[in-house]
Design a protein around this ligand. Structure first.
Ligand code: GLU
Length: 462
């Protein structure tokens, strides 16, 4: 059996986005589970929209998320000669011809076809004219006029296209430059690709590309067209309905492994097993089980997966991942005297690392903002807040046991509910009603700081 070689062929006209990353992931996984190779080809023939910055962004992001290619990427912009040679081979075989139709001719042709209720397409009028090459002629493929092309798709089964619905596509423009389809086909052959895994939006290109392969006597390829990635509004995922670039998700504090997990779920599932890693995917993934219907990218699913992946980290791994998010908001994680217990207690405070870093702010810095609604709800009685301040002031051994027993006794003596006692203190300490168990929360501050924060809230109330 031939080794499986897949490729990801991005056009560097933007940063790496979620849909592209899912395509790269499935290509990577399919090659690895077949002991094959995963290659990258930069389709940068559109000189105006392609940039080196976008190319770098795509390649760096792929490598850093664990989808590095097995060979150096190739750039189509550097391979013109190869495509022109291939075009010459097609000319020699008699399967291509020069066409001198002007844009105006083509426009008129389309207009007449549309008016006659026909599908507008090039009608092959130059096909048998034997025109010579000039600086005004394009090279067109002589597509078979009858019969059909069958695309054998690993996900969708056989997809049939009638040849008479495919027009004679352009291989070389009048300036001699090759078109997208020609480059794509030639490179798949040159890179010895066996399997093309790409988005469903390319399905209509496939029969055209197969005709070019046939004209060049290239071997057949295996295809898999992946379902489109949709937003929760069921429209194609775009900046309108979600963040689309990988970087944005990383910056928000999603772990790479959770992003990979969420992307794999875009079109593929493994029974009830929701949480898995790239290595599991390589073992378990079956391309034939990929769904045909559009796959919805739901941020709440990513949130949940991220919380699961965060929970699976050891404390040290967790701290390492969290540190840059704290640094970004000028917090030196290790400056806290009880850092390990603090981080352990706070690691489930949000689904994302940036959210967790935010909830850690009160443990490192003074607070200036309070949840006003919480104040209205829990601190209507300033006297109680003063009593609680005195209670804290009276705790001599500043440790979990004695703090907790003082709080419990106070609560029992005054016949108060737990929130009535705990929430005012929490608000004073963190500005909000959210924190780990109150006794534990208090141990993350010195008694002095607790008193200062309670005084600050008392001042605010007066
Ligand atoms: N360059 C194409 C794109 O970015 C991919 C073509 C292919 O995978 O064959 O959509």
């Amino acid at each position: 059996m031939k080794p499986v070689i897949t490729r990801f062929a991005p056009s560097p006209t933007g940063t790496l986005h979620i849909g592209g990353l899912r395509t790269a992931l499935f290509n990577y996984v399919y090659s690895k589970q077949n002991n094959g190779k995963f290659l990258i080809r930069i389709e940068d023939t559109d000189r105006e929209r392609s940039t080196k910055e976008f190319e770098k962004n795509i390649l760096d992001n792929l490598s850093s998320i664990g989808l590095a290619p097995d060979e150096d990427p190739i750039n189509q912009s550097e391979r013109n000669e190869i495509y022109v040679k291939a075009a010459e081979k097609i000319i020699e075989s008699g399967k291509a011809y020069w066409c001198d139709c002007s844009p105006e001719d083509l426009e008129l042709m389309r207009k007449e076809q549309t008016e006659a209720g026909k599908k507008p397409m090039y009608d092959g009028r130059s096909r048998n004219l034997g025109l010579p090459k000039t600086d005004k002629t394009v090279l067109r493929l002589a597509t078979p006029e009858s019969g059909e092309i069958v695309v054998k798709d690993l996900i969708r089964g056989e997809i049939k296209f009638n040849n008479n619905e495919l027009d004679d596509l352009i291989l070389l423009r009048s300036d001699g430059t090759p078109t997208y389809h020609l480059c794509n086909v030639v490179d798949d052959f040159e890179q010895k690709i066996t399997t093309v895994i790409r988005g469903e939006d390319h399905i209509s290109n496939t029969p055209r590309q197969i005709h070019i392969q046939n004209a060049l006597d290239y071997p057949e390829l295996e295809y898999a067209h992946l379902p489109l990635v949709l937003g929760t509004d069921k429209k194609r995922l775009s900046k309108r309905n979600a963040a689309t670039s990988l970087e944005e998700y990383r910056e928000k504090g999603y772990l790479d492994s959770a992003i990979i997990n969420a992307l794999a779920r875009l079109g593929w599932s493994q029974g009830n097993n929701e949480v898995f890693y790239l290595t599991d995917l390589i073992k378990e993934f079956n391309i034939k089980d990929v769904q045909k219907a559009g796959a919805i990218f739901d941020i709440s699913k990513l949130d949940w997966l991220n919380s699961q992946h965060l929970a699976n980290l050891t404390l040290n791994q967790f701290k390492k991942n969290l540190e840059p998010f704290l640094n970004k908001i000028n917090i030196d994680m290790e400056s806290h005297s009880n850092v390990d217990s603090l981080i352990e207690a706070m690691r489930t405070s949000s689904d994302t690392l940036s959210g967790i870093a935010q909830s850690l702010i009160p443990y490192y810095q003074d607070i200036n903002e309070y949840d006003e609604k919480a104040i209205d709800k829990f601190i209507s009685d300033k006297n109680l807040l003063m009593q609680l301040r005195d209670l804290i002031d009276g705790i001599n051994d500043w440790n979990l046991d004695s703090i907790e027993s003082s709080l419990t006794n106070f609560q029992a003596e005054n016949k108060l509910s737990t929130p009535a006692v705990n929430q005012p203190i929490r608000i004073a300490l963190t500005g909000s009603t959210k924190s780990p168990g109150l006794g534990l929360t208090l141990t993350f501050f010195s008694k002095k700081t607790v008193l200062e924060r309670m005084d600050k809230l008392l001042d605010k109330k007066s």
